[in-house]
Design a protein around this ligand. Sequence first.
Ligand SMILES: CC(C)(COP(=O)(O)OP(=O)(O)OC[C@H]1O[C@@H](n2cnc3c(N)ncnc32)[C@H](O)[C@@H]1OP(=O)(O)O)[C@@H](O)C(=O)NCCC(=O)NCCS
Length: 325
Amino acid sequence: MSQYSAILGTGASLPRRAVSNQELTAFLAAKGVETSAEWIETRTGIQQRYICEPDETNSDMASKAALQALKAAGVLPDQVDLIVLATSTPDQVFPSTACAVQAQIGATHAMAFDIQAVCSGFVYALTVADSMIRAGQARNALVIGSEVFSRLMDWQDRTTCVLFGDGAGAVYLQGSDEPGILGCKLHSDGTLGCILNTTGRIEGGKIVGDPFLRMDGQAVFRQAVSVLGNSALELFEALNFKLEDLDFLVPHQANVRILHSVAKKLKLPEERVIMTVAQHGNTSAASVPLALNHAVAQKQIKKGDNVLLQGVGGGFTWGSVLVRM
Ligand SMILES: CC(C)(COP(=O)(O)OP(=O)(O)OC[C@H]1O[C@@H](n2cnc3c(N)ncnc32)[C@H](O)[C@@H]1OP(=O)(O)O)[C@@H](O)C(=O)NCCC(=O)NCCS
């Protein structure tokens, strides 16, 4: 059994089509929905998002991200023990998207399952995979966040449809005697389910309830700033870790104003906060691994750096994972 699990490779995949604020605004104007590129950028920091075409699927993106993470680690798919995939927009009700990825990449020896914790999904999945590796249930894992949130959008609702995008990110995690993941802490508050949800379900051959994403934006904003700041401080205290030893924060990418507020609350210089929301929009469970992969690819995050990964979203759910790269 390993004392730690360590991230040895990262990967990402985005849909073919990037949609700028200008393009989205023109598309919405044709539907009689009033917004502007300037409003979107000023209030959220988002400049563009990627949107899947009808022939692009969650599992296709997830498989590409997973193969890239394996390649970065120099590992073959049939060496993988475990696939944990975080999503709220699976290919289908069942089997899981993780099983579809297993089949697509040829991870013939892996066990595979999905986790659903909305925008906190990746930190939940990473915590589960880390725990399973340290408990001896697996020697290594692919941990993936992959979403097609564009398919939950009500294109008549300007308060939500400008915010979200599609994509996938992945990490390859392996048991290690050197640190690795230093600690994880997850939280949920189901009484706040009403501030961010998609309540529709399949029943009797029909969709019953609302098939679109609904959100009380201001309530989510306040909650996100509060829990992200507290969650970081709580984990640092539990691990006796000093804020000044943190090299980078990789938070869930929902709104640049949330990221600025969290940085301020933690007294963290903004150059140490990875921000990709301008390019990707909010990709829910994919946002943290997409941002991490971006920073690794840019050689901003390097081996040995202490990095705090943070998720927050529907449930309400939130959590932090501190990792030495
Ligand atoms: C959604 C969000 C961007 C809205 O920004 P905001 O500054 O709080 O804006 P408000 O909700 O106060 O709305 C201000 C005005 O802008 C309008 N508005 C909302 N969306 C708009 C859009 N796309 N274009 C133009 N105007 C818009 C509102 O209707 C409102 O108009 P009114 O004052 O006439 O009623 C912001 O609340 C947010 O980012 N929340 C968190 C979202 C999030 O992170 N979700 C995912 C978490 S995992």
